[in-house]
Design a protein around this ligand. Structure first.
Ligand code: GDD
Ligand code: MN
Length: 362
């Protein structure tokens, strides 16, 4: 490992960006002992030839993949070919300004395992983005934050501009789909300290973005695959199972208080008690089963979390109460359907709210 750090850059038809990119990198990092490795997917505009011709002026080389295509695998293939334990990944199109490379490297020297050039911390941003692109970008991040708790530690898990210590991926199997290599590393990698350095994502001046609508679908596939590999699908199933147990508790209490001839409580009161008891049993089961790994000790947090859980259960509880009362009057099919849809929506809401706020710690 002879270099201080390696810069890994995937390219596809970036001919016009290569010379200014290498020049700006050299100016930004001064005479440090670095290397640049380009992983090119057989560009037809002479990108690779240009890099080769510039390799006498800059510490740069290129490997060309003849048949493989795709940003994520270009980057992961490059991981095995660099000569340093500190690896920086960036785009070739100058949307990632090389001038902040020193700040990223410094964050690693200061103890970070991954340092991210971030659009979403104070001082960062994007220039010239349409409203649609802004919304899809924030939506993608929100989905990650909801369903992949490991991504919650950072504001911009989608950035394509970051540096990391190779120990983060030692003996880790990476199988990213699409564009989001950083997200993959945050979820399955071994980073304990992650920091973010603000930057402005620049407009692309030369060449074209390869991002298209199919990337959105790829992203959802990747999200699902990461949820599966990190045990989050299993967690959601456990949550559903607890929900089923709560329904049984609910019906049981209702039967005991309302239908039993000795007690014969008013259904509206009996239902209220039944709902609250099932909320409590659900909380206990979720705390010791579904979210066992994110449970915090101490009786005061237990009480606070129980109150939170109750608070988030209010909409579902009201829905349950109303539809049950209505259903006992008119046992008509459309109300049953409505009730089922209501239960599904309430379950999803309960999972999201409690995962984000009750058991937010990862
Ligand atoms: N080797 C290889 N193979 N490189 C590719 C391929 C490919 O199939 N597709 C794209 N690249 C290279 C481009 O040449 C460029 O250097 C870099 O990957 C980024 O591609 P763009 O097409 O410019 O992506 P973008 O600007 O839309 O997306 C960037 O920003 C996103 C954040 O909004 C990327 O950095 C994403 O990772 C990031 O999430
Ligand atoms: Mn780009």
């Amino acid at each position: 490992m002879s270099k201080t750090f390696s810069i890994l850059i995937p390219t596809y038809n970036e001919h016009d960006n290569i010379a200014p990119l290498l020049e700006r990198i050299a100016a930004a990092v001064q005479e440090q002992n670095y290397e640049v490795l380009f992983v090119d997917d057989n560009s037809r505009d002479g990108t690779a030839e240009l890099i080769n011709s510039l390799s006498t002026r800059y510490p740069a080389r290129v490997i060309v993949r003849k048949d493989k295509r795709g940003l994520a695998t270009a980057v992961t293939d490059g991981f095995g070919l660099v000569n340093s334990d500190t690896i920086l990944v960036m785009d070739a199109d100058l949307q990632h300004p090389p001038e902040i490379i020193p700040a990223l490297i410094k964050a690693i020297h200061d103890g970070a395992d991954i340092a991210i050039a971030s659009r979403y911390v104070k001082g960062g941003g994007t220039s010239g983005w349409s409203t649609i692109r802004k919304i899809t970008s924030s939506g993608a991040i929100m989905l990650a934050h909801i369903f992949l708790p490991h991504s919650r530690q950072v504001k911009d898990p989608m950035s394509g501009f970051f540096v990391f210590k190779s120990s983060v991926i030692d003996e880790v199997k990476l199988s990213p789909i699409g564009y989001k290599i950083l997200l993959e590393m945050l979820v399955v990698g071994k980073a304990s300290k992650v920091s973010e350095v603000p930057f402005m994502f620049q407009l692309r001046e030369k060449g074209q973005s390869k991002l298209n609508i199919s990337q959105e679908g790829e992203y959802l596939k990747h999200l699902f695959s990461l949820m599966h590999r990190s045990g989050e699908i299993l967690r959601f199933l456990k949550f559903l199972l607890v929900g089923v147990s709560g329904t049984i508790v609910n019906l049981g209490i209702l039967w005991l208080l309302h239908d039993q001839s000795m007690l014969n409580w008013d259904i509206r009161i009996a239902l209220l008690v039944a709902i609250e008891v099932s909320i409590l049993t659900n909380f206990i089961l979720n705390n010791y089963f579904t979210f066992r790994d994110r449970r915090q000790s101490g009786s005061s947090t237990l009480i606070i979390n129980c109150l939170r859980y109750n608070f988030f259960s209010i909409p579902g509880g009201i829905l349950n109460w109303l539809t049950t009362i209505v259903l006992t009057d008119k046992s008509n099919g459309s109300y049953i359907m409505l009730n089922l849809v209501g239960v599904a929506v309430a379950m999803l809401w309960n999972f999201i709210a409690n995962s984000l706020w009750t058991w937010k710690k990862r």
